[in-house]
Write a protein that binds this ligand. Sequence first.
Ligand code: PGA
Length: 224
Amino acid sequence: MWIIANWKSNKNIAEALDWVGKVGPDLERKENLKVVVCPNYTDIEEVKKAILVGNYPMLVGAQDLSAFDNGPYTGEESARILKELVDLVILGHSERRENCSETDQIVEEKVKRALEHDIIPLVCVQNKETPVPENVKLVAFEPVFAIGTGNPDNSEDASKVAESFKEKYGPASAGLEVLYGGSVDSQNAKAFLQQENISGLLIGTSSLDPQEFIKIVEVAYQFI
Ligand code: PGA
């Protein structure tokens, strides 16, 4: 099971460290639960260090990476460089598709870069038709209407979509895991986590507050 915090463009370094200092000590080490925090690029190194020093059971992810390899690509963050600090990367988020003109082809290239450098690509899919690139094992179903609106999808409908992805990509990518994201909070987390096709949560707004995030992780403990 996965509980993943997507901070988006929110916390500066001091705020990020405050969060890690509050959440880290409250996390229990569980074999079947991976807690991942995805900060801004500028926070990643400090967050990683704080997690190592505190020996907290938490992984660090990035919110994006470059479709290019290392080289003359000003402003880009390559997978080779990010691999020094992160284990996972969120790709194809609807906010990047909408605000940064990210296409399915670009997402596919980014997935390749991530896999070349041993970073787990978490691909966000917005509906049943969104393609999942080859060799992807982790997907987050995030209907656009549910993102940041306080209006989550119905958990049973989300589970059906998750099931359809597993069926569609099952034989090609055995063990595909599907997460749900979109207005998850500590009140509704249980409804999603109890669905057998849903393997975890991708959390934006509710991940920013340490206490609320810890409450969501505590809900997850019931399902592992
Ligand atoms: P939200 O964002 O939890 O604020 O809806 C989720 C996401 O965009 O990943």
